[in-house]
Design a protein around this ligand. Structure first.
Ligand code: NAP
Length: 670
């Protein structure tokens, strides 16, 4: 029997006293044990804070993003070992795609977001700087800095790999060490994944630790700089939250009575009907229904209830349930016999208010030993009085169990969806924009995500149950009360937003960005002749001045076809409240600005990739002249060969008044 380890303070600690058994879900054979009462969880927290935190924070965002990519590549290379072991949890090869490939995909996405959306520095800016005085010598800037504690992730059994990686990736990217505590039933898969991650050799010491088995009193040492993220049942979430010291940030993803609404525009003949059938079927059978996002309640226009239930029953009848290692098996088992007891007990509660129209354990014969393997037959219920019912809106049977219920109109459908009192996701199958608008307004406030699918999006839609690979999902109310932590928001969850105030030079030193008003430096070499690594933040070029004549405006107008009256007709322009008379085109100012700052010879600047935050601030009349101050604002390495340089372009007239301001993006060779 395998003894599952915990990785604590830099060493592996084998299962020992108090270890809990782990059984193969499909055969019942005990294959491993995990846990050790002697594990020093409090010491692990201190080790994470004192060793892992400083080591991670010494790296910048891009270093940490590269680290995530290296982890993803290493796991990808070794994923067969994870697949092999995952079969013991009752999961099929298709289920592995969600957990294992999905988890690795999440690492890749955070690695890429870290490089593209985060700076090559240690703090993340939030919004633009705001001058607080008349001259801009003092101002404020919001920034995010990493928490100085550990992130303690407690996970549910259903996603031993993805469940860990979706939390660890943003925490590591933020610079916060993680301690992972998987559910015991599938801790052996998480343990293998952690071993592989450590084997990749890129994680600083203390950045990742693993607790298998119980945590004892370990959580009592956590404080306000730490964070606990919990995924599991609402009942356990309440126990964990109760045991935490005051002030420890706690987020939970827990029971969720997700719904799917078939729009009133759908008929049995419309392609959306087939899409709905496919979605419901997939949600009931993937991971044997053990997905926090699975469809538990299907809300159907009354006339579609009968045809939908018949179609689903016919399709479910073809699903072969059994040992996921056997050929032809489409749905595996739930994770354990005790989990099966729980699912069947909850299905019994639902049966008090709904009629079983397909499936159930009576006469069920899976491809495997029904005594020893945790096989559950699909259960399809119909509840004809969803208004009078209570239990179907609050009982989560965490298995292949769904209930169909009729609705009268869209308002009624929304009210029923909201009876879940907060769900991770609702899906809407409709081809009508009006229906979509009404439903989103009606249920958005109770949901973490609303997934809408129809004939136009079906080929690319990711499915009711699949958050985008980089989304850590959240939902209000029963689902945990958490916000949707999409993309970089998940990274910010492990950071503190703080307002810093000071001079442009001081704020520039903190953020690594040029702040207008900060000291600039010039030099003899044109900055377009300097390579990426030679371009210092604040390096500036001040151009010659160029007069803009009426002829220039005429020429530009006829050349481009932009003969808008404000450029062509003195009297009409004067009637416009913004212009003193005929004025230069904004695009002419931009074009002349480029002509002023360009260095025409072949050099390190490879391409102009865009403009951000363009503002035309003051009209330019014929006879005015313009000059440009072009300053290196920010740099981001992209590849070994080149990086992105963001320039601040400040275009001024002969009286030194700003007429245009923008940020120019270029790719520059290294
Ligand atoms: P669970 O029994 O609530 O356990 C969740 C986690 O909490 C496990 O790691 C468990 O470890 C741990 N735990 C139990 N008691 C603890 C304590 N006193 N202190 C610290 N940790 C403790 O849930 P599960 O059975 O693993 O997962 C199934 C449930 O998860 C379902 O109810 C489902 O709704 C929910 N779920 C929700 C979401 C979501 O995002 N909403 C996602 C997935 C699953 P042990 O296993 O070692 O006891």
């Amino acid at each position: 029997m395998q003894r599952i380890g915990s990785y604590a303070k830099g060493v592996w600690i084998e299962a020992g006293a108090g270890a809990r058994p782990i059984a193969d879900a499909a055969t019942g054979e005990v294959i491993a044990e995990a846990g050790n009462d002697a594990l020093d969880v409090a010491g692990m927290v201190a080790y994470g804070r004192e060793v892992g935190g400083p080591a991670l924070r010494a790296l910048d965002f891009h270093d940490r993003a590269r680290m995530l990519k290296a982890l993803a590549l290493h796991l990808n290379k070794n994923k067969q070992a994870l697949y092999d072991l995952s079969f013991t949890t009752g999961a099929t090869q298709k289920d592995h795609a969600f957990d294992i490939d999905g988890g690795i995909g999440t690492l890749f996405v955070f690695a890429s977001k870290g490089r593209r959306e985060m700076p090559e520095g240690h703090v993340l800016t939030d919004g633009a700087w705001e001058p607080l005085g008349k001259t801009g010598a003092f101002g404020g800037q919001h920034v995010y800095t990493p928490r100085l504690g550990v992130a303690f992730h407690i996970n549910a059994f259903n996603f031993p790999v993805w469940g860990m990686l979706e939390k660890v990736a943003p925490a590591l990217l933020a610079g916060v060490p993680s301690i992972v505590k998987p559910a015991t039933a599938t801790a052996h898969v998480t343990e293998l994944c952690v071993r592989l991650m450590l084997e990749a050799g890129v994680l600083p010491e203390g950045a990742l630790q693993l607790v298998t088995g119980g945590v004892g009193k370990g959580l009592s040492v956590l404080g306000p700089q730490d964070a606990v993220t919990f995924t599991g049942s609402a009942a356990t979430a309440a126990v964990v939250a109760d045991g935490l010291p005051r002030g420890v940030p706690f987020t939970a993803e827990q029971d969720s009575l997700n719904s799917s609404i078939l729009g009133p525009d759908i008929t049995v003949e419309s392609p959306e009907f087939d899409i709905a059938v496919k979605e419901i079927l997939r949600e009931m059978t993937t991971k044997a229904g053990q997905k926090c996002t699975a469809i538990r309640r299907v809300l159907v226009p009354q006339p579609l209830l009968q045809p939908l239930s018949e179609r689903l029953a016919a399709q479910l009848g073809k699903v072969v349930v059994g040992d996921p290692r056997k050929d032809g098996v489409r749905m595996g088992s739930v994770v354990s016999l005790s989990q099966r007891r729980d699912v069947l007990e909850k299905a019994g509660i639902i049966a008090q208010e709904a009629e079983l129209v397909f499936g159930g354990q009576d006469g069920f014969s899976p491809e495997g030993d029904l005594e020893k393997g945790a096989f559950v037959a699909p259960h399809l219920f119909v509840c004809s009085d969803p208004d009078g019912a209570e239990k179907i809106h609050e009982t989560e049977a965490f298995g292949p169990v769904s209930t169909l219920m009729p609705y009268r109109d869209l308002g009624h459908a929304c009210a029923l969806a909201n009876r879940g009192e907060g769900s991770l996701v609702a899906s809407l199958i409709t081809h009508s924009g009006d229906v979509a608008r009404e439903v989103v307004a009606g249920i958005g406030a109770w949901h973490g995500r609303v997934y809408i699918n129809n004939r136009d999006s079906a080929a690319e839609a990711t499915g009711h149950g699949a958050p985008m690979p980089h989304l850590t999902h959240g939902g209000p109310g029963r689902a945990g009360g958490g916000e949707e932590l999409g993309g970089i928001r998940a990274v910010k969850h492990y950071m503190q937003r703080v307002a810093v105030q000071g001079s442009p030079d001081i704020l520039g030193a903190i953020t690594g960005r040029f702040i207008p008003g900060a000291t600039k430096s010039d030099g003899d070499t044109h900055p377009f002749q300097l390579r990426f690594n030679e371009l210092q933040i604040g390096r500036t070029l001040t151009t010659e001045a160029r007069e803009i004549t009426l002829d220039d405006i005429e020429h530009f107008a006829h050349f481009t076809g932009d003969t808008f009256y404000a450029h062509m007709d003195e009297e009409a322009a004067k009637r416009n409240p913004f212009f003193p008379g005929r004025v230069a085109h904004g695009y002419l100012i931009l074009s002349f600005a480029a002509g002023l700052f360009v260095e025409p010879n072949e050099g390190p600047v490879l391409a102009n990739t865009g403009l951000d935050n363009l503002r035309f601030l003051k009209p330019v009349s014929p006879g005015d002249s313009i000059r440009v101050h072009l300053t290196v604002m920010d740099r981001k390495s992209r590849t070994e060969e080149y990086g992105e340089v963001r320039w601040h372009a400040d275009v001024r007239n002969q009286d030194d008044e700003p007429v245009a301001e923008y940020e120019l993006l270029t790719m520059v060779a290294k």
